[in-house]
Design a protein around this ligand. Structure first.
Ligand code: GUN
Length: 298
């Protein structure tokens, strides 16, 4: 049976560490503040946003949600973001995605000051992550997977990592983190047009699945002894609860008989995503305190 990699447990440890660092910063008069912008009434987004602001409060940060109706105009939203960019008590800004289609998510994300972009979605931070510049913010989900790899002592040097999915939020930044000097992994990115997906997944020492398709990865697609990270969050019908239940992209029961270690859903990568958002917000608050004069103009 595969060992369970618990993001819940690692998150608990890390959030206690973060709370201590937040308290130390508060002694200097700085309380890290995250402002979450929520447009419309998507129920899943409501849940995510509540989890994020609650996590902030639990570690002593200021977490606040600014809500707007789905019809909000882009100029009004830009005005709000400009105000947050200028507010010294706000260290991190996050616009919860998806946003309604009449808004350009690209323009909205670019409006956030890169130094407050704790999601790491601004093109400048995307570029910094790609070139390995630590001045940027790495998106929380890939950062959370890297943290689990480190804390669980999972070897990556020379190993083959196969990532299923090609998103900007998870897969692309994760690929660049894993192939960088240090982790030194060989990375294969696959997606829905990949021919014969299982011929790739079966060669993975580490398999990361971030697609949003329940049951996509079955036991026959996994190399015996592989480590599997399941990033999927899917609500499926359930005989017991009318609200359904949450499952990942990996057939947990089947794959746990083949893999050496794997993340569950829920309780795996998900809690780590929120924890790494806290890490980024803490870092943004620290940077607001001490401008690094050794760096050139940015
Ligand atoms: N929607 C789904 N995941 C995310 C995320 O990590 N950040 C934001 N802002 N929106 C999301």
């Amino acid at each position: 049976m595969a060992r369970i990699i618990s993001g819940t447990e690692t998150s608990r440890t890390m959030r206690a560490e973060i709370a201590r660092e937040v308290a130390a910063l508060a002694d200097e008069g700085i309380v890290p503040g995250l402002s979450v912008v929520l447009v419309g009434e998507d129920p899943a987004s409501e849940v995510y946003v509540r989890s994020k602001t609650q996590a902030c409060e639990e570690v002593g940060m200021r977490g606040r949600t600014l809500r707007f109706p789905a019809e909000v105009g882009q100029d009004e939203l830009f005005g709000v973001i400009d105000g947050l960019n200028a507010d010294p008590d706000v260290h991190g800004i996050l616009v919860q995605l998806p946003i309604p289609v009449h808004l350009s998510y690209k323009d909205v994300l670019e409006r956030i000051h890169p130094d407050k972009d704790v999601d790491g979605f601004h093109p400048l931070n995307v570029g910094r992550a790609f070139v390995g510049d630590p001045a940027g913010f790495v998106p929380a989900t890939p950062a959370g997977i890297m943290e689990l790899i480190r804390r669980e002592n999972i070897p990556t040097h020379g190993k083959h990592v196969v990532i299923v999915g090609r998103s900007l939020i998870v897969s692309k930044p994760l690929a660049s983190l894993l192939m960088a000097p240090g982790p030194n992994a060989t990375v294969t990115l696959t997606h829905k047009y990949t021919t014969d997906l299982s011929s790739h997944t079966r060669t993975a020492d580490i398999l990361v699945v971030a697609v949003g398709k329940p049951g996509l990865i079955t036991a026959d697609m996994v190399k015996p002894g592989a480590v599997v990270f399941d990033v999927g969050v899917n609500r499926v019908e359930d005989a017991i609860s009318t609200r359904g239940r949450i499952v990942g992209d990996v057939d947990f029961a089947g794959v746990s008989g083949v893999a050496s270690a794997m993340t569950p859903v829920p309780g795996g990568v998900g809690p780590m995503t929120i924890t790494m958002l806290l890490v980024n917000t803490l870092e943004a608050a620290r940077r607001s305190r001490a401008p690094d004069l050794s760096r050139g103009a940015r």
